[in-house]
Design a protein around this ligand. Structure first.
Ligand SMILES: Cc1cc2nc3c(=O)[nH]c(=O)nc-3n(C[C@H](O)[C@H](O)[C@H](O)COP(=O)(O)OP(=O)(O)OC[C@H]3O[C@@H](n4cnc5c(N)ncnc54)[C@H](O)[C@@H]3O)c2cc1C
Length: 577
């Protein structure tokens, strides 16, 4: 609902005063790339507002809460379940608060921790930590396309790092609307900034605090300290991690946009001096199960990552993820967010023109990619031809000897084999694995006559599970054109993208799949969060309701109610708004 009324006019005027007219976007074309999700989700917006400072962000929140509109905070909009965009119809106008301009990473406590502002990306964080020989808490597939640190915390994003678990912190600075309808600033960052909201935010952004203002806050976690032990518990009947895990929901962590974050404080980690990658191929799923259990139960050093790719996914990614792969290799990750933004602008422009086919940019990029020389190293292709299941195991120097010894004792086998990657092969293998995440979407864009849509499942299997290969009944299998299986194998987190034939009811298909997952003890979503695709389980619902009792922020997330809840006291708020 974005009908123009005197009240919405007044709000737009106020927002323009706060951030400047060029940072208040209105109209379908200008707002397209903020109102449409990466893979799914879209809805009308009254405006997209892009504050240029934390104080401006606070004033935007004040104006929007006073005007009784819905607020959806958005960082880099790489979420895969539509959780950072509107979706469908609401009872109030929607304002998207885009934090892209609010970049900034502040190193504290000699770089052992960082404070990240709302638009800071994982890439930016990695770059700042590199000279210190340290690295971030998280590496996800979208790190290279500009995913933010805060978006990751809000989603409890997982990713590839076996030793560190999902993004998690108990230290954050955020605004919420309390049960009386008043906007409050909550400082749980563990940094003394004063009491007056605007002065606090200005101080934080300018980095005007002394080491003595920083509480070590040892009683509050700034990462998931328990994960390494947790993932090793291979006889536990529950998954190692999943979004509705109540033990990982804490204020900002897992908040899915139900508060407005200004900053989070996170641990950083000593960078591994050198890593080595083993590329394992097998036609026996049981062989990978045995390997997983042996590593997690017996290895002294946990691997850095253990990423899985099925052969069918290898093939689709090799073709439909090729230009992404080449762009990252040739241009570097720092230019990718700008390229994505340019593509989104082009798509928005083209969408309004007559006689222009849908998804023109994807078609052109695919046409070019199909004519470029092959991009993957020869040994990856050899393994692709021989083996159905592929596992890339990245280990540190500390874990190298035991990994080599185990693999030498078990491979080659009747069903599988392994090779130790050169640095070039290692980079290629992991990049190829991450290009898989966007490949199904590209397939859909360039084959609109053949494809109805993608059904994308993000699941976590129990740690004691031994049978991780999915077998679907024929009735479910029939309309599926391609199945893409890939994921974080040692954590038993799998992404399963099904490319579904034209004319199929994809929602019904997905609903038919979920009971089968329940029978296998799966939790879903594992790490992409509920967005508007999945129903939030009770722990998540309770977390959302406690953070946002009046349902002002991102209503409807996880199939919760979209309706405003009346404040229980109607009185005056103090300086909040
Ligand atoms: C190619 C690709 C690969 C991916 N690989 C992985 C992977 O390996 N693992 C994984 O877990 N995910 C992965 N993802 C999903 C996605 O990148 C993550 O969920 C990521 O953490 C989202 O970050 P973002 O900056 O894009 O956040 P957004 O999508 O913009 O937002 C995510 C959530 O955070 C909220 N939010 C954002 N900013 C604020 C704020 N300032 N205040 C309050 N709420 C806020 C939003 O409302 C939303 O609910 C992948 C996505 C792609 C496209």
């Amino acid at each position: 609902m974005s009908r123009s009324t005197p009240a919405t006019h007044a709000l737009l005027d106020r927002l323009r005063q706060v951030v400047g007219a060029r940072h208040v976007l209105t109209g379908a074309k200008a707002t397209h790339r903020f109102s449409h999700g990466y893979r799914c989700g879209s809805g009308a917006v009254l405006a997209v507002v892009q504050p240029g400072s934390l104080v401006e962000q606070w004033r935007v929140l004040q104006a929007c809460v006073a005007a009784d509109v819905i607020l959806i905070c958005q960082a880099s909009n790489t979420g895969l379940t539509g959780g950072s965009t509107p979706d469908g119809v609401y009872d109030r106008p929607v304002v998207v608060l885009s934090t892209r301009r609010l970049t900034g990473v502040q190193l504290i406590r000699d770089g052992q921790q960082v404070v990240c502002l709302p638009g800071a990306t994982l890439y930016e964080l990695e770059a700042q930590l590199r000279p210190l020989g340290r690295e971030p808490h998280s590496v996800i597939g979208s790190s290279c396309i500009g995913a933010s640190v805060i978006g990751g915390v809000c989603n409890n994003s997982g990713g590839a790092l076996v030793r560190r678990g999902p993004a998690y912190t108990e230290l954050a600075l955020y605004a919420r609307v309390d049960e009386t309808g008043c906007l409050q600033l909550v400082n749980h960052l563990g940094i003394a900034l004063g009491d007056e909201p605007e002065a606090m935010l200005a101080r934080l952004e300018a980095g005007e605090y002394a080491p003595g203002d920083i509480d070590p806050a040892d009683q509050r976690a700034a990462s998931d300290h328990r994960y390494a032990d947790h993932v090793r518990a291979i006889d536990a009947a529950t998954p190692a991690r999943f979004n509705a895990d109540a033990t990982r929901l804490f204020e900002a962590s897992g908040s899915a946009g139900k508060v407005a974050l200004f900053a989070v404080r996170l641990d950083t980690f000593v960078k591994d001096a050198a890593t080595h990658v083993f590329y394992i191929g097998t036609n026996s799923a049981g062989e990978l199960t045995a390997l997983r259990r042996a590593i997690l139960a017996n290895f002294k050093a946990l691997p850095v990552a253990g990423e899985y790719l099925h052969r069918d996914c290898f093939d689709i990614a090799a073709r439909y993820g090729k230009d992404m792969y080449i762009a990252i290799r040739k241009l570097g990750t720092d230019r990718l967010p700008a390229l994505f933004a340019a593509k989104a602008r082009f798509d928005a422009l083209a969408a309004g023109l007559p006689f222009v086919p849908a998804s023109l940019s994807d078609r052109v990029l695919q046409w070019v990619a199909d004519r470029l020389p092959d991009h993957l190293p020869a040994r990856l292709w050899t393994w692709r031809d021989r083996y159905e299941h592929h596992l890339m195991l990245r280990v540190t120097g500390e874990g190298l000897a035991e990994t080599r010894a185990y693999l030498a004792a078990h491979f080659p086998s009747a069903d599988g084999d392994v090779f130790e990657c050169t640095p070039e092969e290692a980079t290629a293998a992991f990049l190829h694995r991450f290009a898989a995440a966007g490949a199904a979407i590209r397939y859909r864009q360039v084959h609109p006559a053949e494809v109805e849509d993608i059904v994308a499942l993000d699941i976590a299997l129990p740690r004691n599970g031994e049978d991780w290969v999915e077998r679907l009944p024929e009735a479910i299998e029939r309309p599926i054109l391609h199945k893409l299986y890939y994921g974080h194998f040692l954590c038993q987190v799998f992404h399963q993208d099904y490319i579904v034939a034209k004319g199929t009811d994809c929602v019904a298909l997905e609903h038919a799949m979920l009971p089968l997952l329940n029978l296998r003890g799966a939790e879903y979503p594992a790490e992409h969060n509920v967005g508007h695709l999945y129903e939030a389980k009770p722990a998540l619902r309770a977390h959302y309701a406690a953070l946002d009792p009046c349902n002002v922020f991102n209503p409807g997330i996880g199939h919760t109610s979209r309706i405003k809840r009346q404040p229980n006291v109607t009185g005056h708020c103090d300086a909040g708004h």
